[in-house]
Structure formats: structure tokens, C-alpha cells
Design a protein around this ligand. Structure first.
Ligand code: GAR
Length: 192
């Protein structure tokens, strides 16, 4: 059984979509959802879907390696950041080479970096009058949104679109592509 662990900080609609996708498939499962926020709605979603959850704080993530040791004990094939907003520490990146991926709601390298997440990205896209935006799925390194790109998809930004509408279009792309790209990355890894 291939094992995915999801890290998320917020609503978790992507996490739910990924869990549902793999629940309907043989050989892959999401074993845990981890979050840095005890009030994140992703916790409700995971519990409803029967997936184990764990909440961690900054000390566990950055200082005493508690999260790293926990992840190691789970032996994940892939760690998926789905709306996870903390920078991943070097020790974690090094412990899971090519095994941590992130989704970003824009066409990187545009609209990436610290402070560029969620609605802030869509507001900037609208403010700049861009004619298109999209999603980027990429490997995670120790810098925000700079790891090697695995996949991008685009959608139009029409005149009159506000940030909420752009967010809906981008979320639709995420739901369509993220689980499938995760599946492809697992297939390309081969069996350990
Ligand atoms: C998603 O749009 C994801 O691309 C974005 O947060 C949203 C989470 O939505 N991630 C980032 O901005 C990371 N920099 P969700 O909680 O409903 O899945």
C-alpha cells in the first residue's frame, strides 16, 4: 500500500478531494492529515472521512523534530502540502527527497514567495489585470514556491472577474488535476 500524508493549514477542500479520490482506488491511501492550526476546518473533513489527524505547533515543526520523527514513523511515499502555509524546514526536505510536493494557486514563478497564498494571490492577479492564471504543482525545497515544477494548468481571467471568481476557477483546476498528478508522481517513483 502506498501511503500519502497531507499537510494543510485551512479549509482543506483539496485535502478532502484527494482523500475521496484515493478512497476509490486500489493500492494508495491517505493515512494522516497533519495541521499547524487546531481550528483548521481540514480537521473536521478528515475526521468525517475517517482519516487520522494530528495538530502540531512551531516547536514540533522547527525546533525539536517531533514532526519529522512522526512522519518517518509513518514511512510516507509522498507528503502532500494542500494549502499548507509554513515554510518546510531543511531537515524535513532532506529527510524526504523528492517526496514532498505542494500546490500553489498561480502560475509560478509569478505570484510566489512569502506572503503569497490563497486569496492574496487572486487579489494580486486581478489588481494587475492579468488575462490568465492557473495552478502549479511542484516539489518542495527550502524556499517558498521555488522547487522544480511538476505540472501547471491555466485558466482565463475575464474582464470583470473578481478575486472570488478567480479563486473558484483556480480551485476547479486544483480539484481536477491535483489527485491525478499525485497518482502519476507515485507511479513514477516506482516501488521502494
Ligand atoms: C489552495 O488554493 C492552494 O493552492 C493554496 O491554498 C488553497 C487551500 O484551499 N495554497 C497556497 O496558497 C500555498 N502557498 P483548501 O484549504 O480549500 O484546499
Amino acid at each position: 500500500m502506498r501511503n500519502i500524508i497531507i499537510l494543510a493549514s485551512g479549509s482543506g477542500s483539496n485535502a478532502e478531494n484527494i482523500i475521496r479520490y484515493f478512497a476509490g482506488r486500489e493500492g494508495v491511501s491517505v493515512s494522516h492529515v497533519l495541521t499547524n492550526r487546531s481550528d483548521a476546518y481540514v480537521l473536521e473533513r478528515a475526521k468525517r472521512l475517517g482519516v487520522s489527524t494530528k495538530v502540531f505547533d512551531r516547536t514540533a515543526f522547527y525546533d525539536n523534530n517531533e514532526v519529522l520523527y512522526f512522519l518517518r514513523s509513518c514511512q510516507p511515499d509522498l507528503i502532500v502540502l494542500a494549502g499548507f502555509l509554513w515554510l518546510v524546514p531543511a531537515a524535513l526536505v532532506e529527510a524526504f527527497p523528492q517526496r514532498i510536493i505542494n500546490i500553489h494557486p498561480a502560475l509560478l514563478p509569478a505570484y510566489g514567495g512569502k506572503g503569497m497564498y490563497g486569496a492574496k494571490v487572486h487579489e494580486a492577479v486581478v489588481a494587475n489585470g492579468d488575462g490568465e492564471t492557473g495552478i502549479t504543482i511542484h516539489y518542495v525545497n527550502t524556499r517558498y514556491d521555488e522547487g522544480a515544477v511538476i505540472f501547471q494548468a491555466r485558466c482565463p481571467v475575464d474582464p470583470g472577474d473578481d478575486a472570488d471568481l478567480v479563486a473558484q476557477k483556480v480551485h476547479a483546476l486544483e480539484y481536477e488535476h491535483f489527485p491525478r498528478v499525485i497518482e502519476e508522481v507515485l507511479q513514477q517513483q516506482g516501488r521502494p
